[in-house]
Design a protein around this ligand. Structure first.
Ligand SMILES: Nc1nc2c(c(=O)[nH]1)N[C@H]1C(S)=C(S)[C@@H](COP(=O)(O)OP(=O)(O)OC[C@H]3O[C@@H](n4cnc5c(=O)[nH]c(N)nc54)[C@H](O)[C@@H]3O)O[C@H]1N2
Ligand SMILES: Nc1nc2c(c(=O)[nH]1)N[C@H]1C(S)=C(S)[C@@H](COP(=O)(O)OP(=O)(O)OC[C@H]3O[C@@H](n4cnc5c(=O)[nH]c(N)nc54)[C@H](O)[C@@H]3O)O[C@H]1N2
Ligand code: SF4
Ligand SMILES: [Mo]
Length: 747
């Protein structure tokens, strides 16, 4: 192989940085930021260059693994097999479970990297449909489900998520997010830190609201410490103050807005004084915050993990948008805006429909289906509770729920209790060690990349495609997913994945041909099919989506328009400019109105106000999480470069609490919640507010049988052993990962 330099988008987090990769003698020699990338301009974080280590990691699976029974001690016996044999085994175990227990005994869990993998973005839904049991779970309910639900009610689609127009804002409010560590989420903005500093350099202000003085808070002009879980109260008080001071939506939004009078009544109980008692934020600070947002030329009022993974996650997310609406900052430059991804199809005006949840309810806890899913917090109950419809088998794709999801020990027990499990994953880890068959997809450098999901969350409209750098040993990830789908549909282990790819592609194009406003309306299907570009099933779908999309070449009807070919010619990406207003066009609500109370928010404000006295009197220690720049949830701890140095899985605790508990730096402390306990070294720091303790998630690599040798040496403890599965945001089913009541005891 000749020496060469290639460019590609980093798939590890939402920032989508451009990488410049030097290849020498068939191996990665060096990875650095691509200075010519149209979006990231050379920025990368320490994880970006570890695609080399990830590619070379001897623990990364290259061949399927099949479980061959158990040894005398009950430990599973695993064997590496050829692909054909693995598919035969998958077919066999699935048939066995379905014959004995029916289709509804088989569930699916989708993990986070799936959102970053083109194949999973195009094909997971086909696997879900083929499995057909309806028991669908994902990392969404330990992450951003509140954002989808708030958007669903407000804008008619869970996919319409406003992002901070950080590059043009005068005031950036960052609530429960730490982009200096996370590089941003539901806000694809490579070099988020640089963009924050640019706000300040042009005379703007940055305010961080967080129980910890995070790195982002350190950089901010103002840091407001808040008691975990209480952000909704603070925001309700801000809304009350805004309304009292005469704030009103600008004329454009006001013309499509309903519910402001109801809002006035609903937030009445949230005086700044009561909010102060519940949140720990002074009433004057709350009023000043409201007044500053109202006075700013533009304000981007943004919140993330710390406001989604709490008991009032959906209400809090909704309140963030309400504030944007009331201050003229929704859908306006410098405020919160809606991206327009290139794969968005041109669509005729349709009558909207009310957003609905709860078409089905979960078997054991009766929780409503939301966005087609059930809360992952309920997964152990669904597996371990006997009765009709009990889950006996799971598919997992790119997920590690044993570490990443609530009630870790019981989650582990549940996965161990399954009759069978099929996983698509690059590692044999805490979760996949329970699988009957693990199918390893190509590594990141062995597959092409395009961000279907993050172009929908991007603070500029961009498009960037990267071809695979190396040839993979095994099949493309979409072939694995298609094959499993075909197996689940009963076509057997020898089915050809291309049959599914072809059918999906033809279906997509036919729908366009039948759509009057599509650029390919009325064209001939075979003609279009013959024009589609791409080497894999997902690439061909992507080409079809792009070409019939908002900026597409329309298969010839729009010369110079977007296509996979055009992206191949632009290895540093194409920038389509800053975001533009999209309302009312984007709205899928009835009559294209934004009705503030289309969802159950009045009732939820009541639920919130009823919580005020309890919060004001709360004396319990509250556990929150945190992220480190060198981490990525649970799965990158197997790279020495990322885990070396001081152990990071420490319990942070304020000096006052440490003194009360008789703990000093480095002591071991046991942290106990209603459902579990873990013991971790203490890190005393005044960067955390008194009464709050913090443990990062994604650690706990000490499970026997997993094959992650480096991670095992830096095991840490699983913070989700403490996560109480009964604590969820009822509106979204999202787990409460922050604000968990705990006791801390010297170990
Ligand atoms: N306490 C607490 N818990 C949390 C959070 C928190 O803040 N606090 N954060 C939550 C959030 S935001 C999220 S998104 C979830 C994540 O939850 P999960 O997605 O379930 O967990 P991850 O640790 O991201 O595991 C990803 C899995 O994907 C595999 N993988 C990596 N690359 C690929 C690939 O290309 N293809 C395939 N098929 N597999 C791949 C990895 O080996 C790993 O097994 O964790 C949540 N858990
Ligand atoms: N380095 C690294 N980057 C990542 C990841 C990673 O694991 N490591 N994970 C990726 C994923 S999947 C996601 S979803 C994103 C998440 O991206 P972010 O949302 O930026 O997540 P965090 O860095 O965990 O920041 C959450 C902040 O919320 C604070 N917080 C906790 N509870 C509360 C509360 O009740 N109220 C308020 N106001 N704040 C609170 C925490 O102290 C923390 O500083 O990061 C992504 N990027
Ligand atoms: S910030 Fe995210 S996308 Fe950028 S290099 Fe780091 S991990 Fe990759
Ligand atoms: Mo996430």
């Amino acid at each position: 192989m000749t020496d060469r330099t290639v460019f590609r988008t980093c798939p590890l987090c939402e920032a989508t940085c451009g990488l410049e990769i030097e290849i020498k003698d068939g191996a990665v020699k060096r990875i650095r930021g691509d200075r010519d990338d149209v979006f990231s301009h050379g920025f990368i974080c320490p994880k970006g260059s570890t695609l080399k280590q990830l590619h070379d990691d001897p623990d990364r699976l290259r061949k399927p693994v099949v479980r061959r029974g158990f040894d005398d001690n009950g430990a599973p016996i695993f064997e590496e097999v050829e692909w054909d044999e693995a598919y035969r085994e998958a077919d066999r175990v699935l048939r066995e479970v379905r014959d004995a227990h029916g289709n509804e005994s088989v569930g699916v869990y989708l993990g986070n990297p799936g959102a970053h993998v083109l194949a999973a973005s195009t094909h997971s839904r086909h696997l879900i449909k083929a499995v057909g049991g309806g028991a669908v779970f994902s990392a969404s309910t330990v992450d951003q489900m509140p954002r989808h639900v708030a958007s669903g009610y407000l804008y008619g689609s869970g996919g319409s998520m406003p992002v901070p127009d950080i590059d043009r804002t005068d005031l950036f409010i960052c609530m429960g997010a730490n982009p200096y560590a996370s590089n941003g989420s539901i806000a694809t903005a490579p070099d988020f830190p640089g963009r924050i500093e640019a706000v300040q350099e042009r005379g703007g202000r940055v305010i961080v609201i967080d129980p910890r003085r995070s790195r982002t808070a350190e950089q901010a002009d103002q840091h407001i410490s808040i008691k975990p879980g209480t952000d909704g109260v603070l925001l309700a008080a801000v809304v009350r103050r805004l309304l009292a001071q005469g704030a009103a939506a600008d004329a454009r939004i006001a013309s499509m807005l309903d519910g402001v009078d109801e809002l006035r009544t609903a937030v009445e109980p949230f005086t700044s004084e009561l909010a102060a008692a519940a949140t720990g934020v002074a009433a004057t600070t709350i009023d000043a915050l409201a007044d500053e947002i109202a006075a700013a030329n533009s304000a981007a009022v943004y919140g993330r993990i710390g406001v989604c993974t709490v008991e009032f996650g959906t209400l809090t997310t909704w309140l963030l948008d309400v504030i944007s609406i009331l201050t003229g900052n929704l859908d306006e430059p410098g405020g919160m805006m809606f991206p327009e991804p290139s794969h968005d199809r041109v669509r005729a005006e349709r009558p909207g429909r009310p957003y609905r949840v709860g078409r089905r309810h979960s078997r054991v806890n009766g929780r409503p289906e939301i966005q087609g899913e059930f809360p992952v917090a309920d997964l152990p109950d669904e597996i371990l509770t006997e009765g009709d419809g009990q889950l006996r088998m799971m598919f997992t794709v790119a997920g590690n729920p044993v570490l990443s999801c609530p009630d870790g020990e019981r989650m582990d027990e549940a996965f161990a209790a399954l009759d069978a499990m099929i996983s698509v994953d690059i590692y044999f880890n805490e979760t996949t060690r329970h699988a009957s068959v693990v199918f390893p997809p190509p590594g990141s450098l062995e597959k092409s990349h395009y961000d279907i999901n993050f172009t929908n969350l991007s603070i500029r409209n961009v498009a960037n495609y990267s071809p695979a750098v190396f040839e993979a040993d095994g099949p493309p990830e979409e072939d694995i997913l298609a094959k499993l789908a075909l197996i689940a549909l009963g076509f057997g282990p020898d089915a050809d994945p291309n049959d599914l790819h072809d059918q999906v592609l033809a279906g997509l194009l036919q729908a366009e041909i039948d759509t009057e406003v599509s650029p390919v309306a009325g064209r001939d299907l075979d003609e279009l099919l013959s024009m589609v570009d791409g080497d894999t099933g997902s690439e061909r779908l992507l080409d079809a989506m792009l070409r019939t999309g908002a900026r597409g070449d329309g298969f010839g009807s729009n010369d110079g328009g977007l296509s996979l070919a055009l992206l191949r010619d632009n290895p540093h990406g194409i920038d389509f400019g800053a975001l533009e207003p999209r309302l009312p066009g984007l709205l899928r609500t009835p009559e294209k109105r934004v009705d503030l109370f289309a969802g159950p928010f009045a009732d939820d404000l009541t639920r919130l106000s009823e919580r005020l006295p309890e919060w004001a009197a709360d004396e319990r220690l509250r556990l929150v999480g945190r992220r480190h720049l060198r981490s990525n949830n649970s799965w990158m701890h197997n790279l020495q470069v990322l885990v070396k140095g001081k152990p990071r899985c420490t319990l942070q605790l304020h000096p006052d609490n440490a003194a009360d508990l008789g703990l000093t730096d480095g002591d071991a402390a046991t942290i106990r919640s209603r459902v579990g306990e873990v013991t971790a070294p203490v890190e005393v720091t005044d960067s955390i507010m008194p009464g709050v303790v913090s443990l990062p998630h994604g650690w706990g690599h000490s499970k026997p049988g997993a094959k992650m040798s480096v991670a095992a040496e830096h095991a840490g403890v699983n913070s989700n052993v403490l996560t109480d599965p009964t604590m969820i945001d009822p509106l979204s089913g999202n787990a409460v990962l922050n604000g968990i009541p705990v006791d801390v005891i010297p170990a």
